[in-house]
Design a protein around this ligand. Structure first.
Ligand code: AMP
Length: 194
């Protein structure tokens, strides 16, 4: 079983890389951002609530995302592992995840952090905004998302380190292929170590 959390600031390449990693290791890919955008596209009341949070660069509440995520996780048949993309984003989410995995006797997910400097992230996200149609890919919202990442999400890295949980830091600069190769190498190194 291989469980991974692909972690990093907005624009660090989590979505792009997750797809390659999931395919390479034969595990399921779940993106909480995609799940939320799917709900938004249904035009439901919940979708409207979610859209206003996303477009302002805020996180959706922990209880809501935990319910959405575990609903999805529980549907995986013949569980071989999963790569979670965009989750966890708060300490509460990280702690709940580890508790739930432990309850199911699943291995503790490896935290894979994609490291990219903020100036590069801003350039990437503004470029993406020209074609993505995402309401949160504009400069003001991007700045808020960086702030939310630093304040609410980054403490997860310290939590992992302090509790001696499995962690890998990967340089997220270069071509898509170079980064994929580095990720596969880092993850494989972890698998052979345990
Ligand atoms: P992403 O596609 O991962 O960049 O996520 C887009 C937006 O969805 C984020 O800026 C948040 O508003 C929301 N979101 C995605 N994942 C989470 C999560 N784990 N917790 C709270 N909000 C989330």
């Amino acid at each position: 079983m291989l469980n991974l959390l692909i972690f990093g600031a907005p624009g660090s390449g989590k979505g792009t890389q997750s797809k390659f990693i999931a395919e390479h290791f034969g595990i399921k890919h779940i993106s909480t951002g995609d799940l939320l955008r799917k709900e938004v596209s249904t035009n439901s009341e919940l979708g409207h609530e979610i859209e206003s949070l996303i477009s302002e660069g805020h996180l959706v509440p922990d209880e809501m995302i935990l319910e959405i995520l575990f609903h999805q996780v529980n549907q995986i048949e013949d569980f071989k592992g999963v790569i979670l993309d965009g989750f966890p984003r708060t300490l509460v989410q990280a702690e709940s995840l580890i508790k739930e995995f432990d309850k199911r006797k699943w291995s503790v997910p490896l935290l894979v952090v994609l490291e990219v400097p903020e100036e590069e992230l801003m350039t990437r996200l503004l470029e993406r905004g020209k074609v993505s149609g995402r309401s949160d890919d504009n400069e003001e919202t991007i700045r808020r998302r960086f702030q939310v990442y630093r304040n609410q999400s980054e403490p997860i890295v310290s939590y992992y380190k302090e509790n001696n949980l499995p962690y890998a830091s990967i340089n997220g600069l270069g071509t898509i292929q170079e980064i994929t190769d580095r990720l596969i190498q880092g993850i494989t190194h972890h698998i052979t170590k345990v």
